[in-house]
Design a binder for this molecule. Structure first.
Ligand code: P6P
Length: 347
């Protein structure tokens, strides 16, 4: 009997039949996946597509709301997602890392009940050196009675997400998705143009021997982070009693995909450089969707001091420290912070 391939479309129809999603959310995920296929094609052309390098005119890179130089592919990916989601009638509004404020769906189109947030091309600094990058997205419900959502309507804790996912543009293009019933991976069949289910129910091992952090920031970290990583580096002769390996791609989608696939802990902690902004990574369209995916795969996600999905946002582009991955390892990292804070806590 031939192996029956389950396409994303079939998976979503079955999820709707099981009552996990409704028709609007099914359409939303299909539309985002289709946009990701177009982004994959643009990313895959590399230098031949004429879209590498910085966006901007006359040699002046355009700077986004994050204060970062935009890549041409950042802008193109954002435009692809905006165009794909404008007309379907499933969304009330969108927010993007590349846009200063959120956008309500134009009045020329019907509006739906969901809000879509995304980082259209995360890790884009890696584009020019041909390292995996990705699109990250998060779906919230538009508050009842809100026809034209504004920024404050997006400010919901990560626990309110109804769906989240990423598309990683690597050796293969993969969509990793949760609608609140497990985390599932789909691989793009380029010949057919369909995402095919390749892992139903990703599970992160409870324990790990692998950590992901940008070690060049070590001298800027808070004391508990210095001690936590210092103990990992002492290996089997130190308090952890085992040796650890390190990986850092500097593309969150690639690092998180490795952790969802084989375990590990990913961290972008506070350091004295990014602490004034609250951290490096963005809560609404990086940390929260990744936290939802990781928790649905049996892992944990934290700011180091609280569960990520419980953080109540105060602004659309808010940044947070991030620890996520193997549940037991995240708990250990949190314990280093808890013990440090207890000593420092005012009497
Ligand atoms: P650093 C990419 O710019 C990103 O937002 C994440 O994808 C990645 O984890 C992080 O920043 C890398 O930061 O400071 O190591 O370049």
């Amino acid at each position: 009997m031939t192996h029956t391939q389950i396409s994303l479309t079939r998976f979503l129809i079955e999820a709707e039949r099981d009552g996990h999603i409704n028709a609007d959310l099914r359409l939303l995920v299909e539309v985002v996946a289709r946009a990701c296929k177009r982004i994959s094609i643009a990313v895959g052309k590399g230098a031949l597509g004429g879209v590498l390098g910085d966006a901007g005119e006359g040699g002046q890179a355009s700077i986004n709301v994050q204060g970062e130089a935009q890549k041409k592919l950042d802008v193109l990916s954002n435009e692809i997602l905006l165009e794909a989601n404008a007309w379907g009638g499933h969304l009330a509004g969108l927010a993007s890392e590349e846009m200063t404020t959120s956008l309500p769906i134009p009045e020329t189109y019907p509006r739906g009940r969901y809000l879509l947030l995304f980082d259209p091309l995360d890790g884009s600094s890696n584009i020019d050196v041909n390292v995996s990058v990705g699109t990250i997205f998060s779906v919230l419900r538009c508050p009842q009675g809100v026809a034209a959502p504004e920024d404050q309507h997006f400010l919901q804790p990560g626990s309110a997400q109804v769906a989240a996912g990423y598309c990683i543009y690597g050796p293969s293009t993969m969509l990793v998705l949760t609608v609140g019933h497990g985390t599932h991976a789909f691989t793009l069949d380029r010949e057919v143009g369909s995402f095919i289910l390749t892992t139903r129910g990703m599970r992160i091992p409870e324990e790990t021997r692998e950590f992901a952090v940008n070690m060049s920031n070590q001298r800027f970290w808070e004391a508990p982070m210095q001690q936590y990583i210092g103990d990992l580096l002492l290996g089997k002769d130190g308090p952890r009693g085992k040796d650890f390996n390190m990986r850092w791609v500097a593309s969150m989608v690639a690092d998180v995909h490795r952790i969802l696939t084989r375990g590990g802990i990913f961290s972008y902690p506070l350091d004295s450089k990014c602490a004034p902004k609250g951290g490096k990574l963005r809560l609404m369209y990086e940390a929260n969707p990744m936290a939802f995916l990781v928790e649905q795969a049996g892992g944990a996600a934290s700011t180091g001091r609280m569960r990520m999905l419980d953080v109540v946002p105060s602004s659309l582009h808010q940044r947070v420290p991030v620890f996520l991955g193997s549940r037991a390892e995240v708990a250990i990292a949190e314990d280093y912070h808890r013990r440090h804070d207890a000593i420092r806590a005012p009497a």
